[in-house]
Design a protein around this ligand. Structure first.
Ligand code: 5GP
Ligand code: MN
Length: 338
C-alpha cells in the first residue's frame, strides 16, 4: 500500500462516518468475508456501516457473523440507494471494475462518497481515491488484514473480524493450496486463528454443508466431463434441464470446475452452465502453470479474473458455445499440447 493512501484513509476514518461496503455481484467467500471483516472492524471505530451485496449469495456463506445485517440491493434497492447517496465513504471489495456490480451501478450516480477499493484482480479501474490493488495477493481478505494493520488497528482484530477474513482466505486459496498462498498468507492466517477464528468450524460450515441434490448434480457434472487429451483441456457442461432436475440453488456448482483440472496432466479446465433464463452461458475457467485464463476470458467471454482462475459468459446457445471453445483451444495448441 502507498504511504500516502494509508495517511488519507486513516484521516478519513478518524471521525465517525457513514460507510457502505460493496462486494461484487454473485459474491463468493472472499467477497463476503472481506466485506463483513471490514464491517466488524469499522463498527468498533463507531462508524455507521452497511454492507450492501448486489444480489443474493449461497447458503454456505450465510452463517458468517453480521450476515443478518447485510442488505441485498436486488430486493431492497430503495433503501440501498438512499444509503449509497448519503454515504461519506464507499468501500468496494474483491472487484476491479464497477461493471462487476451490474444494476447496482445505478445507485452510485449521484453519490458524493469517496471510494476506497481493496482488490486483487488485474487491471483495476481508477474510480477510487484510495486504491489498494495487488494481484499477487491470495485474497482480498488478506488485503483487508494488511489494510487494518497499516492503519494501526491490529488491536481491533476480534473474533468476528478474524472469522470473516479467515473464511475468504480459505475459499480463495482452495484451502491454502493454490500458488497464490504465500508464507505471508500463512502468517496472516496464524494471526487470525490466534484472534479467535475457529478453523475447523469454518471449514465445516463452508465445505461440509452439501445438500443431497448438490452431490447428485456433481455426479451429472462428472459424467458430462470431457477430456481433450491432445490439448490437456477438460470441460464440463450443465444444461438448464440438468440443473432443474437437481433443484439447483445458487452456489451448488461452486468448485465443480476444479475436478476437470485435477486430471493428471490437465492444464486448462472449463465449466459451461446454462443460465436461468436460457439467454446466456456462464463460464468458469481454471488453469495450471502459465496458461493465462484471465486473457482467455477477456478475449472470448467478455470476462476476466486472474491468471489461473477467471470467468465470463457467452450469449450463444450451449452447443455453439462448446464448438467455439474447441476452436479457441485449438488456437493455443502450442501452449497447451506440450
Ligand atoms: P468463478 O469462476 O469462480 O466465478 O470466478 C473466478 C474468478 O474470475 C474470480 O476472480 C471472479 O472474480 C472472476 N470472474 C468470474 N466471472 C467473471 C466475469 O463475468 N467477469 C469478470 N471480469 N471476472 C469474472
Ligand atoms: Mn477474491
Amino acid at each position: 500500500m502507498k504511504t500516502s493512501d494509508i495517511i488519507t484513509a486513516k484521516e478519513w476514518l478518524t471521525e465517525p462516518k457513514k460507510i457502505v461496503i460493496i462486494p461484487h455481484k454473485n459474491p463468493d467467500g472472499d467477497a463476503m468475508g472481506s466485506a463483513l471483516g471490514l464491517y466488524h472492524w469499522l463498527i468498533q471505530k463507531h462508524h455507521e456501516v452497511t454492507v450492501i451485496a448486489p444480489n443474493e449469495y449461497p447458503l454456505f456463506l450465510k452463517w458468517m457473523p453480521g450476515d443478518d445485517r447485510v442488505l441485498i440491493y436486488e430486493s431492497n434497492s430503495t433503501k440501498a440507494n438512499s444509503l449509497l447517496l448519503e454515504a461519506d465513504i464507499i468501500f468496494t471489495v474483491d472487484f476491479n471494475a464497477l461493471s462487476r456490480i451490474e444494476e447496482m451501478q445505478g445507485g452510485l450516480k449521484d453519490t458524493k462518497a469517496k471510494f476506497i477499493m481493496i482488490d486483487h484482480h488485474q487491471a483495476p479501474e481508477d474510480y477510487a481515491a484510495v486504491t489498494y490493488s495487488d494481484v499477487t495477493m491470495s485474497s482480498t481478505c488478506e488485503m483487508v488484514y494488511n489494510f487494518m494493520s497499516a492503519l494501526g488497528d491490529a488491536s481491533l482484530l476480534n473474533k468476528d473480524v478474524a472469522t470473516c477474513l479467515y473464511t475468504g482466505i480459505m475459499t480463495d486459496t482452495g484451502s491454502f493450496r493454490f500458488a497464490s498462498t504465500t508464507p505471508e498468507t500463512h502468517r496472516v492466517v496464524a494471526s487470525l486463528i490466534e484472534n479467535g477464528a475457529e478453523n475447523a468450524t469454518i471449514h465445516n460450515n463452508i465445505y461440509d454443508s452439501n445438500s443431497f441434490h448438490k452431490l447428485q448434480l456433481l455426479g451429472v457434472a462428472l459424467k458430462n466431463l470431457v477430456y481433450m487429451e491432445a490439448y490437456h483441456t477438460a470441460y464440463i457442461t450443465l444444461t438448464r434441464a440438468e440443473l432443474d432436475a437437481h433443484q439447483f440453488k445458487k452456489g451448488d456448482t461452486e468448485g465443480f470446475v476444479n475436478y476437470g483440472l485435477s486430471i493428471n496432466g490437465a492444464k486448462l479446465a472449463a465449466i459451461f452452465i446454462e443460465s436461468e433464463q436460457d439467454n446466456y452461458v456462464k463460464i468458469s475457467l481454471r488453469s495450471k502453470g502459465s496458461f493465462d485464463v484471465n486473457t482467455f476470458a477477456r478475449r472470448y467471454y467478455n470476462g476476466g479474473g486472474h491468471i489461473n482462475a477467471a470467468g465470463g459468459r457467452s450469449d450463444k446457445p450451449l452447443q455453439e458455445t462448446i464448438a467455439d471453445f474447441k476452436n479457441y483451444v485449438a488456437h493455443y495448441q502450442n501452449e497447451l499440447s506440450l
